[in-house]
Design a protein around this ligand. Structure first.
Ligand SMILES: [Zn+2]
Length: 261
């Protein structure tokens, strides 16, 4: 599943390709995308793209009239851009922009979602999204306040997008390893000092991944991961074998020796 760094890289890539260009045509290549978007998207034709930004794991293509095309890749979505109308494999939607930019939503499993938000509409997602993990305004006291009412293990709380937005299963495990925090520690019991370490861990992990995602553009950069998917291999810090446990039906990888409390 694309995580925050991959979505950020995808949004930056799309911005570099279509900002300032006018949407000329849209063709749906798979019926499941028609469910919520079809009629509304037609109203964007003729408008110019002001910018493409990431909000949590959504991408927002903002047009000159402040209408927004909102895209979520879910599990397997991605962008492809061509200069000719030749569809790549698994192309599910085709957006034609001025200057011969053909943007394709590529999605083998067709789980991506596309919706339109008009200027003035309330963002239906905003009330459910916590502060963005990469927002510089998010500091340790603010994050600790988000944890205050959460008794659940910190690993599961990090995956709750209403607490902090943009962290998925891989980077939650990585951030906890960097911060030396046990994934089972109740979120509300973390001291300010530990939350500060956790925030450092989150930013270090995401910055590294963003760097990788920007270079390779697609896919999750697993080569430099510290614990995720490394069960039984040596902890990169202390050498103990990396453990795997299940929390909330998701795998958690961690070091029992250096993530004790
Ligand atoms: Zn260790």
């Amino acid at each position: 599943m694309p995580e925050l760094p991959e979505v950020e890289a995808a949004a930056r890539f799309l911005h570099s390709q279509i900002s300032g260009r006018t949407l000329l045509a849209v063709t749906w290549l798979h019926r499941s995308l028609l469910r919520n978007a079809a009629a509304d998207v037609d109203t964007l034709i003729g408008h110019r793209v002001a910018r493409v930004v990431r909000v949590a794991k959504w991408q927002e293509i903002v047009f000159d009239d402040e209408s927004v095309l909102v895209v979520h890749f879910r599990m397997t979505g991605d962008w492809a851009v061509t200069h000719r109308p030749d569809p790549p494999g698994h192309a599910r939607a085709h957006f034609v922009f001025s200057g011969a930019r053909h943007v394709w939503l590529v999605d083998p499993r067709v789980l991506s979602r596309i919706t339109v938000r008009r200027s003035g509409d309330v963002d239906p997602t905003s009330h459910r999204i916590g502060p963005d993990a990469l927002d510089p305004a998010l500091d340790a006291p603010a994050l600790r306040a988000q944890f205050a009412s959460r008794r659940a293990p910190i690993k599961q709380v990090l995956l709750d997008q209403s607490v902090i937005a943009g962290i998925g299963n891989i980077y939650a495990a990585e951030a906890l390893w960097h911060a030396r925090i046990n994934p089972w520690a109740p979120a509300q019991r973390l001291t300010l000092a530990r939350v500060r370490r956790l925030l450092d861990g989150i930013r270090w992990t995401l910055a590294l991944a963003l760097d990788e995602a920007g270079r390779h553009r697609y896919g999750t950069a697993t080569g430099r991961l510290a614990v995720y998917d490394r069960e039984g291999q040596s902890c990169r810090r202390c050498g103990a074998p990396v453990a795997r446990t299940t929390q909330g039906q998701r795998s958690t990888y961690w070091c029992r020796r250096c993530q004790r409390s």
